[in-house]
Design a protein around this ligand. Structure first.
Ligand code: TTP
Ligand code: MG
Length: 396
């Protein structure tokens, strides 16, 4: 490929180093350079959320049981999670990042993608922007953010991971295959325990092993995931940086006190969430056009699945779409720590002529309204549609 055809490196991935622990160190300077371990205390979930790099030297890491962290690092400074504080700082970091481009996609509490293809004239090369971001986050918030730069999202994220701590790493088109080659297959975005096992079973341990396969070979064996892995292994990822346009959305989620993998329990939560959210929509005469289900695994990996639907605020419609999204994206493993449902692309229902509803929809609408009035008097759990509820627990 001629140099001018090489994809430009315009995607930046930013991820704070040891985020929760760094905030604790920032708020209390005596903790600087100490092995700080943040996580659930006895009686709560009892796992490490994260720890400072000083504690990582002892082998402590995220999702490790606290008791084990105590054994590995008896001199560690153990601190509880202060989520609202981290969220506050997260907002400040995103505010800094959004100064460099309108195309920003937050990915989790401490990481985001930026597409800076349109803002180079203003701020300079992506590398220069990356350096400025690091300096600004350090000077304004006293936090260290790692930056990865490449020509697509997968490689930008990989670059920031490989550069940690305090990284600024660039992966160009010419370097991509060589950088990827020696890495274990688990570095491919989306390869979890199950994917790893499937790939190992086929004798594929490094990304280089996948790079040499002929096109179609992995897809024939692993379906869509196989094609996806093969493309990533060759440095191909066409996903765009997606700015959240629907500012207006309505959501509900639960963090389970114990991880859940039972499908019926999960389905029931979605039914209740759908009922609660739709009830609110109907009260304000609002319809939604997207339904998003969010799953967070024990490892903290989070996935969302979204579907666009004809505008609706019917329990039955939203409940069924949510149920389908869950079943398509989850088969009971690994256990979930969080489940969420959100309804987006909200619009006023004024244009929605209730008189023109088909008979079936009209029946559903009347039934929903009847249920709303019962719930108003006796609470959300007083009544649900029998065909949706599976008769299991509901955790608030
Ligand atoms: P990460 O960015 O994965 O981890 P980190 O910022 O602590 O460390 P680094 O990026 O330098 O490797 O996650 C961001 C925060 O999310 C982390 O500070 C705490 C929280 N978290 C958990 O609570 N449990 C987890 O298992 C993980 C991975 C993260
Ligand atoms: Mg981080």
């Amino acid at each position: 490929m001629a140099a001018r055809d090489c994809p430009s490196i315009h995607i930046i991935h930013c991820d704070l180093d040891a985020f929760f622990a760094s905030v604790e160190q920032m708020d209390n300077p005596s903790l600087q350079a100490q092995p700080v371990i943040v996580g659930g205390t006895a009686g709560s979930r009892g796992v490490v959320s994260t720890c400072s790099y000083e504690a990582r030297a002892f082998g402590v890491h995220s999702a490790m049981p606290m008791a084990q962290a105590h054994r590995l690092c008896p001199r560690g400074i153990f601190m509880p999670v202060r989520m609202s504080r981290y969220q506050e700082i997260s907002q400040q970091v995103f505010a800094i990042l959004s100064q460099y481009t309108p195309l920003m996609e937050p990915l989790s509490i401490d990481e985001a993608f930026l597409d800076v293809s349109g803002t180079e004239a203003l701020f300079g090369s992506p590398e220069r922007i990356g350096r400025q971001i690091k300096e600004q986050v350090k000077s304004e918030l006293d936090l260290i953010i790692s930056v990865g730069i490449s020509y697509n999202k997968f490689l930008a994220k990989l670059a920031s991971e490989l550069g940690k701590p305090d990284g600024l790493r660039i992966i160009t088109f010419d370097q991509a295959l060589e950088v990827l080659k020696p890495l274990p297959v688990t570095r491919l975005w989306g390869v979890g325990d199950k994917g790893k096992q499937a790939l190992h079973h086929l004798g594929l341990y490094t990304i280089g092993d996948i790079q040499t396969l002929p096109p179609g070979w992995l897809e024939e064996r692993l379906g869509d995931s196989g094609r996806h892995y093969w493309e990533l292994a060759r440095g191909v990822d066409l996903r765009r940086v997606e700015v959240q346009q629907e500012r207006k959305s309505l959501g509900r989620e639960v963090t389970f006190s114990e991880d859940v993998s039972d499908m019926e329990t999960l389905q029931n939560h979605l039914v209740f969430f759908a009922a609660e959210l739709c009830s609110k929509l109907r009260k304000d005469n609002i319809l939604c056009s997207t339904v998003t289900v969010k799953l967070r695994y024990r490892s903290f990996k989070t996935i969302t699945r979204r579907r666009t639907i004809a505008p609706s605020h019917a329990d039955l419609v939203i409940g069924e779409v949510a149920d389908e999204l869950l079943r398509q994206s989850y088969s009971g493993e690994p256990p979930l720590r969080l489940l969420g449902l959100s309804l987006g692309k909200l619009s006023k229902a004024d244009a929605w002529e209730q008189g023109s509803l088909f008979q079936e929809e009209r029946k559903n609408y009347d039934l929903d309204q009847l249920m709303d009035s019962i719930r108003q008097r006796f609470g959300l759990e007083a009544i649900q549609r029998g065909n949706l509820v599976k008769g299991k627990d509901f955790e608030k």
